[in-house]
Design a protein around this ligand. Structure first.
Ligand code: NAD
Length: 261
């Protein structure tokens, strides 16, 4: 499906899953803004994408999503440059159990801020034309690991927040679809950081457990996560959905029991 005329903002877009999603969005003719902390990587990535897709389709904004003012400016610059905003992917994430408060800031607080900023630019509540938001969680929210307690907590938080916001969007008639995506292990640089004491602190001693899980469950390619993401973007029936992507079942959805007291 063509996304011609649509504008997307992807946090953590310079590498790994975010990079694969940026590529898919450009292939579908969307304009894309990559928001990332890593300036060197972001600029290199933009140069490669300009060569492949032509200049003027993709922009890089250096920004730490944990800095609320900088994130607000990144959203505003996107709208200033491209005139609108239709798709927001809150993807930037880290695994750092040593600086666990930073992990909460990046993986959860920034996803909440990114969602609120996206709504300011897309929701009918603010007189805007609607859009779609995808918040990146993880299968860690379902298969928790002793190796990553705070990472696990943030990914649970992303799902709870996303589902509640999806209900708010329906009741408030925001005209914005909000979904969560939960990949299993994906072959990106993030997976290397889990063996590092600087990142994992005292939990690094459980790294062999973690590596055994990777062998047991397998490791996905970022391109499959981008495929799931494109489905969430283009399938207008999906709202409040929790998409899981695993080696054994591919792209599928978590099902919840109806709420009862
Ligand atoms: P990655 O480390 O390969 O890439 C993350 C990108 O985010 C990098 O470009 C990095 O510079 C950027 N980033 C990090 N902190 C940032 C910040 N504060 N502000 C702006 N940008 C920042 O990671 P990935 O594997 O592509 O992970 C992307 C998302 O997918 C994360 O939310 C992660 O938790 C989630 N996820 C990853 C896996 C996996 O196995 N790789 C599995 C499930 C979920």
């Amino acid at each position: 499906m063509s996304l011609n005329g649509k504008v997307a903002l992807v946090t953590g877009g310079a590498q790994g899953i975010g990079r694969a999603v940026v590529q898919s969005l450009l292939q579908s003719s969307a304009k894309v803004v990559m928001v990332d902390l890593n300036k060197a990587l972001g600029e290199e990535c933009k140069a490669q994408l300009d060569a492949e897709f032509g200049e003027g389709n993709c922009t890089f904004i250096e920004c730490d999503v944990a800095n609320g003012d900088a994130l607000r400016d990144a959203f505003q610059s996107t709208v200033d440059q491209f005139g609108r905003l239709d798709i927001v992917i809150n993807n930037a994430g880290i695994t750092n159990e040593k600086d666990w408060e930073k992990t909460i800031q990046v993986n959860l607080t920034s996803v909440i801020k990114g969602t609120y900023l996206a709504l300011e630019h897309m929701s009918k509540e603010y007189g805007k034309q609607g859009g779609t938001i995808i918040n990146v969680s993880s299968m860690a929210a379902f298969l928790h690991s002793p190796h990553q307690p705070v990472y696990t907590a943030t990914k649970h938080g992303v799902i709870g927040f996303t589902r509640a916001m999806a209900d708010a969007a329906i009741q408030g008639d925001y005209g914005v679809r909000i979904n969560a995506l939960c990949p299993a292990f994906v072959d990106t640089p993030l997976l290397q950081s889990v063996e590092d004491e600087d990142n994992m602190g005292k939990f690094v001693k459980f790294k062999d457990d973690f590596k055994r899980s990777m062998t047991k469950f397998g490791v996905l390619q970022p391109s499959l996560i981008a495929e799931g993401m494109m489905r969430l973007i283009t399938d207008t029936s999906l709202h409040g959905a929790v998409m899981k992507i695993t080696c054994s079942k591919g792209i599928h959805f978590h099902t919840y029991e109806p709420m009862s007291a």
